[in-house]
Structure formats: structure tokens, C-alpha cells
Design a protein around this ligand. Structure first.
Ligand code: NAP
Length: 263
């Protein structure tokens, strides 16, 4: 456990030129994170409770790339997290008929990508749970593993406007603080979302996207330096994302995008 304190009063906006960060700038020993807090959101400034602070990095990770890793590192630093647990999704509730690489491949690429960071780990809770992946189930499963922890759920900011439609959305706010990682220039409509429950963090490295990595592989373009070297090699070894990928290496997501989800 790091015992690191969270940012000082970080009620900042991104008005102005360069990125703002949330650590106490009076401390020159603090590195400047390559992140910014988006406008109208604030980093919680409550004192450290002494409970472990666990980041839960939820995503499809198809494939995991350096944007995800930088984002996790920035959030870990900004919030003084003791650990960031990467949780590759199982079946996505909102995507119909979308090809997603088999969970075991996505899990193993995530393990390879995170192996060198002692604060990073990877959980199988979502890929081993039967049926559709709901974040409420992710949080409940991890609560059993970390009974005393404060949870910080980290994901792409694009996902957050949908959160009010997520299963048991009222309960989600009681279980975790939500952190939306944004790409540069991304604007988020936060209408209806509780501002005290969400923080947005701008991470320039998120200009990398999984979609672009997949397209590059399919087109025969390099993905060196967009994803960790071991992941480049894993993708080549199993011929992932190539147009000639055997059907057995892909899975189709089946659930409907329509309406609020039912448990
Ligand atoms: P997605 O729709 O595939 O991704 C949307 C955007 O967010 C993409 O730009 C994506 O970039 C980015 N993104 C996704 N995960 C990220 C992360 N951890 N860090 C930074 N950027 C990220 O989203 P998804 O991966 O399926 O879902 C994200 C998380 O939300 C998962 O944990 C999922 O289980 C959860 N979720 C829950 C519910 C529910 O409970 N009902 C519904 C939807 C999603 P890349 O493509 O480059 O990753």
C-alpha cells in the first residue's frame, strides 16, 4: 500500500491552454501528470481513510494499448491508488452482433501488457462470469476480494453517458467513484450524471484506440509502439485481427442496445 494522499483541492477546469493536473503543484518533487481534469468535475479531496484504494480498469481491451496503460498510470498517480485491477469484459450488454476477440486472448494480452508494473494486476471475474457483463456484478465480485477497499472504476469517458441505463445504476454510485478517461478534445455531456460521482481525466495518449490498432493489423500496417512489444508479438503469433482470422478466434456479442437493462 502506498499510503499516497490524493490531490489537494483539485476543483479545476480545463479552461486555458495547457493541461491542468490535480496534484499539489507546490510540491516540486511531484511529477506533472500528462492528464487534465475536465471542466465542471472535481477530484474528491476527502482525506485518506486508511482503506486500500483500488482502481478497477474496466474495458474490452481488444487489444490493450499504451493509451490504456498511460491512463491507468495517471489515475493511479492522481488518486493515490494502491493497485489498479484491469478487468477485461466478458459479453458486452449494448453491442449487437459485434465481433469481439475471445476473452482468453484479451485476458492474456492484458496480463502481458501489465506484467512489468507492480501496482497493476488483471482479474478474470468478468470473463469467467456466465452471461452478460454488468459493472454492478464486477463491483460485487471484487468487493468479495477487497472487502475494505474504496473502489475507483476507470473506463472510457465515451461510455459514461450511458451509465444511467446500466443495470442497478443507482447502486453503482454507492459502490465506486467513476473516472472517465477522455481523449484530447473530447467533450462529454454529463447531463443527469451526479457530478460528485464522476471525474473526467484527459489523457493525450488515449489518442491511440483499439479500433485503430485492429484496422492497422488488418491492413498490414505496424502497431509497434502503439501497444506493448509483447502484445505485438502475441497478436502476430495468434494471427489476431487479420482478415483471415479463423472464426474460432472471434466471438459475437449478442445483446440488444435498446432500453434499460434488466437484471
Ligand atoms: P467500449 O464501448 O468498447 O469503449 C468506448 C470507448 O471507451 C472507446 O473509445 C474505448 O477505447 C474507451 N475505453 C474503454 N475502456 C477503457 C478504459 N478502461 N480506459 C480508457 N478508455 C477506455 O467500452 P467497453 O470496453 O465495452 O466498456 C467499458 C467498461 O464499461 C467495461 O468494463 C464494461 O463492462 C463497462 N460497461 C458496463 C455496462 C453495464 O454495466 N451495463 C455497459 C457498458 C459498459 P478503446 O476502444 O481504445 O478501448
Amino acid at each position: 500500500m502506498s499510503g499516497a494522499e490524493p490531490a489537494g483541492d483539485a476543483r479545476q477546469s480545463t479552461h486555458g491552454s495547457g493541461p491542468r493536473h490535480t496534484t499539489d503543484s507546490s510540491d516540486p518533487s511531484q511529477p506533472t501528470p500528462h492528464a487534465a481534469v475536465a471542466e465542471n468535475v472535481r477530484v474528491p479531496v476527502k482525506p485518506h481513510s486508511g482503506r486500500p484504494r483500488i482502481g478497477i480498469m474496466g474495458g474490452t481491451f481488444d487489444p490493450i494499448h499504451h493509451g490504456h496503460l498511460v491512463a491507468a498510470s495517471e489515475v493511479q498517480h492522481t488518486f493515490g491508488l494502491d493497485e489498479v485491477v484491469f478487468v477485461p469484459t466478458g459479453r458486452h450488454p449494448f453491442k449487437r452482433d459485434q465481433k469481439v476477440t475471445l476473452p482468453e486472448h484479451r485476458y492474456l494480452m492484458t496480463v502481458i501488457a501489465t506484467a512489468s508494473n507492480s501496482r497493476f494486476s488483471v482479474s478474470r471475474v468478468d470473463i469467467e462470469r456466465e452471461g452478460t457483463t454488468y459493472t454492478i456484478d464486477t463491483l460485487r465480485d471484487l468487493r468479495r476480494v477487497y472487502p475494505d477497499a474504496e473502489f475507483y472504476f476507470i473506463t472510457g469517458a465515451d461510455v459514461l453517458p450511458d451509465i444511467l441505463r446500466w443495470k442497478d445504476s443507482d447502486e453503482l454510485w454507492t459502490m465506486a467513484h467513476f473516472i472517465g478517461v477522455t481523449r484530447p478534445g473530447h467533450r462529454l455531456a454529463t447531463t443527469g450524471l451526479p457530478p460528485e460521482g464522476i471525474t473526467l481525466l484527459e489523457v493525450p495518449a488515449m489518442a491511440i484506440s483499439s479500433t485503430d490498432c485492429r484496422k492497422r493489423v488488418a491492413a498490414g500496417a505496424p502497431i509497434w509502439y502503439l501497444v506493448p512489444d509483447g502484445v505485438v508479438q502475441y497478436i502476430a503469433k495468434y494471427r489476431l485481427y487479420r482478415n483471415d482470422m479463423p472464426i474460432s478466434q472471434e466471438a459475437s456479442n449478442g445483446a440488444s442496445r435498446v432500453g434499460k437493462e434488466q437484471g
